[in-house]
Design a protein around this ligand. Structure first.
Ligand code: FAD
Length: 432
């Protein structure tokens, strides 16, 4: 690991959660001179909600889910059988509070403020990841990192005005994106026109962002944990924090406790189980999504660019010899069961859009829970319990934002607090 100012001064930090967010936090803090312990219920890093996600480092696509357009489309999505969204209402107070806050966040002023803040965080994330990959030779190749650009496809010409407005807004915030016609879509991603039946036929237009990237999230989490040199406590569920002398002083595991100078909770959608005993339920709703990873059998028929099908809300990423397709959003509690109809729909989308690209005899299906806050901002910063920091709630953008929020938290814990926009990403107030 590259030498860095030793702001941690050898103090001991214990991080709960070795998903992509906890792994990045471990690396950032170790780099800062902290002695790091990492605790996870799983036997290895990156096996929770980070395991087989869409693999997109989509730095320019951070608009939150809560928008006035989403609110208007909601009834149609909920009534349709093959809609990308499903919602199973639950009479739990935390779920109903989350829904109310989601609806309240669906205002353009709020959407623009959140988008601007998340673009600043994603920019920090990009430079941080690039710095880390440069200081760890071989890490980029090992984690299948690539910068193939991102092509978002629209099959409906009527949405062009809204897309132009969004791109104009983001241009003022530094994003370099352009609208391209159907022919240019097929030129940028030749697999869209590779065969007679290929799914590039009904494209109305697209948006091209040349500097978007992909990486295997689980491999990156493993690589960051290894490079951090953290002491690993894996296969070790954490049961509770212990308070002493007015601060969080220890973490209870099965049959033992871990003491540390500081704790970071990076447990994704599972943060509530450790915060509720302290008296706070964080506003994090699990939103289930699915992916399938398929072996590529015809290189020319499979996309190189990272492709988003905006109507179906699906993303395609090429990861070495494989193609991953991910999508769907289901509010159904902390239920990770795989609905085979969703997996079949993902495979059908690959067949229709990139015919002949993949083999389907050995698909790797996966379901994971996006840890989503109502307005789309992650919860990053000190809590009201001295000694405890939170780094969670990254929703659909955990991979994209992980390195940036790790850098933010390391700055704050090492006394170099940084604000990302007019509002800090610090949520001590909400925890009160
Ligand atoms: C279908 C799908 C596609 C996605 N695509 C993308 C994408 O393309 N780009 C992107 O940026 N994001 C994407 N995401 C979102 C991203 O996957 C998540 O935001 C991210 O993985 C969350 O990371 P995390 O580290 O917070 O949580 P996790 O990866 O779940 O890590 C939390 C860890 O904490 C551990 N843990 C929990 N409770 C305890 C406990 N009590 N004791 C010990 N350990 C505990 C868990 O075992 C887990 O390993 C996608 C998500 C889904 C579902």
């Amino acid at each position: 690991m590259a030498a860095s100012p030793s702001s941690g001064g050898g103090r001991h930090v214990c991080i709960v959660g070795a998903g992509i967010v906890g792994a990045a936090t471990a690396y950032a803090l170790a780099r800062d001179g902290w002695q790091v312990s990492l605790v996870d219920a799983q036997p290895a890093p990156g096996l929770g909600e980070s395991r087989a996600n869409g693999a997109q480092l989509s730095y320019s696509y951070v608009e939150p889910l809560a928008t006035p357009d989403a609110l208007r489309a909601l009834p149609g999505w909920l009534l349709s059988d093959d809609s990308p969204l499903r919602w199973r209402p639950r009479p739990e107070a935390a779920h109903l509070r989350w829904l109310a806050a989601f609806v309240a966040a669906c205002r353009w002023r709020e959407v623009h403020r959140t988008t601007a803040a998340l673009l600043a965080l994603s920019g920090l994330s990009r430079t941080t990841l690039h710095r880390w990959l440069a200081e760890q030779p071989g890490m980029a190749a090992r984690c299948l990192h690539a910068q193939p650009g991102k092509l978002v496809l629209y099959r409906d010409a009527a949405s062009r005005a809204a897309v132009e407005r969004q791109i104009g807004f983001q241009r003022r915030l530094g994003c370099v994106q352009r609208i391209v016609d159907a022919d240019e879509c097929r030129a940028l991603e030749p697999a869209l026109g590779a065969s007679a039946g290929a799914g590039g036929g009904d494209i109305a237009f697209g948006v091209w962002t040349a500097d978007e990237e992909v990486i295997d999230t689980s491999l990156l989490a493993q690589a960051l944990v290894e490079a951090s040199g953290a002491a690993r406590h894996f296969g070790a569920p954490a049961f509770a924090f212990e308070q002493r002398g007015g601060r969080i002083a220890a973490l209870r595991l099965e049959g033992r406790t871990l003491e540390a100078d500081a704790f970071v909770l990076a447990a994704g959608p599972a943060c509530a189980s450790l915060l509720q005993p302290l008296g706070w339920t964080p506003p994090i709703e699990p939103i289930r999504g699915y992916s399938v990873t398929l072996p590529v059998v015809n290189d020319a028929a499979a996309p190189r660019a990272s492709v988003t099908d905006s109507a179906r809300k699906l993303v395609y990423a090429r990861l070495g010899p494989q193609l991953r397709i991910a999508g769907f959003a289901e509010l159904c509690g902390a239920d990770r069961r795989i609905d085979p109809r969703r997996i079949a729909a993902l495979c059908d989308a690959v067949r229709a859009t990139f015919p002949g690209a993949c083999r389907f005899d050995d698909p790797q299906p996966w379901a994971g829970l996006r840890p989503a806050t109502p307005g789309g901002r992650p919860l990053v910063g000190a809590t009201r319990w001295p000694g405890l920091w939170l780094n969670a709630g990254h929703g659909a953008l955990g991979l994209t934002l992980a390195c940036g929020s790790a850098a933010l938290i390391a700055d704050e814990m090492s006394g170099r607090a940084k604000r990302i926009d007019d509002r800090p990403f610090t949520f001590a107030a909400q925890a009160a």
